[in-house]
Design a protein around this ligand. Structure first.
Ligand code: FES
Length: 164
């Protein structure tokens, strides 16, 4: 007698659990389906953004490859013959001591590190303590600096002046 009752109890309990489980599952399934549907646009957005990032990064090497001779600072016509021009932002001075011959130097004064301010009368001049450097080779024309300006590599590509 106790065995069938126990079996029924188990079956009933199991059925009840299944029924409850199904009711619960049915409700949750519907909810999950709804929430999954609702969240799909949101969850699909990040992968799309991630795909865009590598593509954006890939453009940088391509952009750098477009100027193999270095950054184009100016046009040749921007650099006066027998003079030069200071590019303060890039901390570079480009000079043209002779027609068609371009030189480039660091714009950082070797005395105490000020940025040179102008090119005049054949020299690159520092405003801080009056040092002057020759436009042909960056050597010291007037102290207190004792060392020449650091040379930079310059190339001319057509009408563009590039400094590495
Ligand atoms: Fe240029 Fe002193 S820092 S002269």
């Amino acid at each position: 007698m106790p065995q069938p009752a126990t079996r029924r109890t188990v079956l009933a309990t199991g059925a009840g659990a299944l029924a409850l489980g199904c009711v619960g599952c049915g409700g949750e399934d519907g909810g999950e389906a709804a929430s999954a549907t609702a969240s799909m646009p949101a969850s699909s957005a990040p992968p799309a953004a991630e795909e865009a990032s590598p593509a954006a990064e890939e453009t940088f090497p391509v952009a750098e490859a477009a100027s193999p001779a270095g950054k184009a600072l100016a046009r040749t016509s921007d650099i006066p013959e027998g003079g030069g021009k200071v590019f303060k932002k890039e901390k570079v001075v480009v000079t043209q001591p002779e027609k068609g011959k371009f030189k480039a130097f660091s714009a950082v004064c070797t005395h105490q590190g000020c940025t040179v301010s102008e090119v005049a009368d054949g020299t690159i001049d520092c405003p801080c303590h009056g040092s002057r450097f020759r436009i042909a080779d960056g050597s010291v024309a007037h102290g207190p600096a004792t060392r020449p300006l650091e040379k930079r590599s310059v190339t001319v590509d057509g009408n563009s002046v590039h400094v590495d």
